[in-house]
Design a protein around this ligand. Structure first.
Ligand code: CU
Length: 398
């Protein structure tokens, strides 16, 4: 049986020795199949828990199609210290299109589930992106062209003219990122992007894989669909929800958001200040497709204990993005077309979105959802996805 914990003691000691200059540096190899007695490992693993980021682990898996995409291929990952090497080899993708890919997982270390029809909360016969995230968890590492995924999280790869995507890339992660990413064996890989009803939707899931099926049954936390389906009536007429934005991560951001849903028309007004000037600020309405109420992203979600509410931690609290607040009336077609703050760090926008009925079923009920504004500067570096502020929606008075 695979047990990545078995690799810890030897790698940890090797690295300690390396750091102390006692041994020549040597290539990190996977020791997934090492066969040490489990009892001894359990004890050692407990001692080594805080230093998990020093261990090496590797997984190599087949990617299975989602949403009848016809996508297939392989995903390999090797984590050694803070270096993450990924090798993706996919075919059957839509040609010449952007295909976002991520390693998904829960910062709390809850195991990723397979995005199966058990997660089809709006009953449309598809696994929508937010449904996939409720199963597999938020994106922990985006697979992008830049070797620093925190500063360029939307710099995704395109498929070639034959619908293939071959990527071999090494990322320099921070230790905080590695703490969120590990243990790798309970994580999942997902690839996105397909045409639905004539529109290319970059975020629609098309393939997925659990990194270690032997450590993960793939159905550990499937919620009941009942509550979500009870809320699937799309006929709501013109109720207005508001919230006051509270700063996260000492951003100094404040503001107000108004959201009105009228059938499938969603009107959003955001007025915010204290943002990083002239930078894009992703904004979303977050929530769980299962209709579990969003929780405030407070310090109890700081799973890597770095004093920062990281994006994935915020998503574990508030849920995946349900609707991105973008500069296009069709958010499924342009999910990364975010607004920029002006030179004074302000955003004041009103947008009307034409949602599908399927989207509305996922979005409702608004009173349990949270609006989040992202984008902060940390140590001189702009991080577009780190949370800058949030507010819980509630019904407007009067
Ligand atoms: Cu968001």
């Amino acid at each position: 049986m695979l047990n990545p914990l078995t690799s810890k003691p030897s790698n940890f000691l090797t690295q300690l020795a390396d750091a102390a200059g006692m041994m020549p540096a040597r290539r990190q190899v996977s020791r997934r199949s090492a066969n040490a007695p489990p009892a001894a490992n359990a004890v050692l693993a407990e001692h080594l828990e805080p230093r998990q980021f020093l261990s090496a682990s590797s997984f190599s898996v087949s990617v299975n199609e989602l949403n009848d995409s016809g996508v297939h291929g392989s995903f390999k990952v090797h984590l050694s210290g803070t270096k993450l090497k990924v090798d993706v080899n996919l075919s059957g993708l839509e040609a010449n299109q952007l295909h976002p890919m991520h390693i998904h997982g829960f910062p709390s270390e809850k195991k990723s589930d397979k995005p199966t029809s058990a997660y089809d909360f709006n009953g449309n016969g598809m696994i929508d992106d937010a449904e996939g995230e409720e199963a597999a968890g938020p994106p922990l590492v985006p697979i992008v062209k830049s070797s620093d995924p925190d500063s360029d999280p939307f710099d995704y790869f395109k498929s070639d003219s034959k619908g293939r995507l071959k990527v071999s890339k090494t990322y320099d992660l921070t230790e905080d990122d590695v703490k969120l990413l590990t243990p790798l064996n309970v994580r999942a890989f997902e690839v996105h992007g397909m045409t639905v009803d004539g529109t290319y939707e970059p975020e629609m899931p098309v393939g997925a894989a659990l990194l270690d099926p032997s450590a993960n049954s793939g159905h550990t936390h499937v919620p009941s669909k009942q509550k979500a389906q009870d809320n699937n009536d799309v006929s709501e007429k013109g109720k207005t929800y508001t919230t006051k934005i509270k700063a996260l991560n000492h951003s100094g951001v404040s503001g107000n958001v108004t959201v009105k849903l009228d059938g499938t028309d969603l009107t959003v007004h955001v007025k915010a200040s204290g943002l990083v000037p002239n930078e894009i600020h992703p904004m979303h309405i977050h929530g769980f497709p299962s209709d579990k109420p969003s929780e405030n992203p407070d310090s109890s979600y700081d799973f890597n204990h770095n004093g920062t509410m990281d994006d994935a931690e915020g998503e574990e609290a508030a849920g995946p993005p349900l609707v991105p607040i973008v500069q296009s009336s069709d958010p499924n077609a342009k999910p990364f077309n975010y607004f920029k703050a002006d030179s004074h760090g302000k955003i004041d926008v009103t947008m009307k979105y034409e949602l599908t009925e399927d989207d509305v079923k996922l979005l409702k009920p608004l009173r349990i959802r949270i609006v989040e504004i992202h984008g902060i500067k940390e140590n001189g570096q702009y991080l577009p996805e780190q949370p800058a502020g949030y507010g819980k929606l509630s019904t407007a008075a009067g």
